[in-house]
Design a protein around this ligand. Structure first.
Ligand SMILES: *[C@@H]1O[C@H](CO)[C@@H](O)[C@H](O)[C@H]1NC(C)=O
Ligand SMILES: *[C@@H]1O[C@H](CO)[C@@H](O)[C@H](O)[C@H]1NC(C)=O
Length: 232
């Protein structure tokens, strides 16, 4: 009787050892990650995906911020902004510019002139260029501005020289500046003869002043005109 019990107990203990071993084995198997799940760190070809759509929407903005931060801290950028500031300070002394001036920068490039106007303290600045540079410059064709007539107090362009159709370019600049407002264009350094040629492009503006300036490292002539009442 006792022997029987001993054998039975031994059998049970063997069985429990086997069950324990199997359980351990199964736990181990289930803890091993499946083959399809590859650790991004061990696979160089694996590109991390955004965790959610929120992440995906945020990603380009951080990239733009980083790129802008790098660009705006370069010497070339700061020098360029400073050269615009010299011009705008002059316009301020002429009373063509104050904090409440709504300014348009046509062919704004990367936005150096826009940043300069921001630093001066203008609240409303619109910079446009064929290729946008957020957050300073929006995309619009300077030959076909998406603005109503007379919405700006100042129309500015340092790139009239590069305009494909200068007369159309100037017409658009004139159109968007209100009566009493000013249009300022900078062209390659020139004398009175060439200034007169440039002025022929303007139809609704009267000449105010021409002045030699240095802009973005180039010698240029700034031509200041004032929007007058049209006869037509
Ligand atoms: C206007 O700008 C000048 C500097 O150009 C600044 O001292 C002044 O506080 C500004 N005023 C307003 C109302 O923003
Ligand atoms: C700008 O400088 C050039 C060369 O010195 C001169 O011929 C021209 O008259 C100047 N233009 C103006 C508007 O002062």
């Amino acid at each position: 009787m006792e022997k029987h019990i001993q054998i039975f107990l031994k059998k049970i203990s063997y069985l429990s050892i086997t069950i324990a071993t199997l359980t351990l084995l199964l736990t181990f198997l289930f803890q091993t990650p499946p083959q399809t799940c590859i650790d991004p760190k061990t696979n160089p070809h694996h590109k991390p995906h955004p965790k959610s759509s929120c992440d995906a929407a945020h990603r380009p903005i951080t990239t733009i911020d980083k790129r802008n931060h790098r660009l705006w801290s370069t010497n070339a950028w700061r020098k360029s902004v400073d050269s615009f500031s010299a011009i705008f300070n002059h316009l301020q002394t002429l009373k063509h510019l104050n904090n409440h001036t709504h300014a348009l920068v046509s062919s704004a490039g990367g936005g150096q002139a826009v940043m300069s106007l921001q630093q001066i303290g203008l609240h409303e600045i619109t910079g446009v260029e064929l290729i946008d540079s957020p957050p300073l410059v929006s995309r619009a064709d300077p030959h076909n501005l998406p603005f109503f007539d007379g919405v700006f107090n100042l129309g500015f362009s340092a790139h009239l020289d590069q305009a494909l159709f200068p007369s159309r370019y100037v017409r658009e600049l004139e159109r968007t500046v209100r009566v009493g407002g000013v249009c300022v264009v900078c062209v390659e350094e020139c004398g009175d003869g060439e200034v007169k040629e440039v002025l022929k492009l303007f139809r609704k503006l009267e000449f105010s002043q021409a002045r030699n300036v240095t802009l973005m490292g180039s010698k240029m002539t700034m031509i200041i005109t004032r929007r007058i009442k049209t006869r037509s």
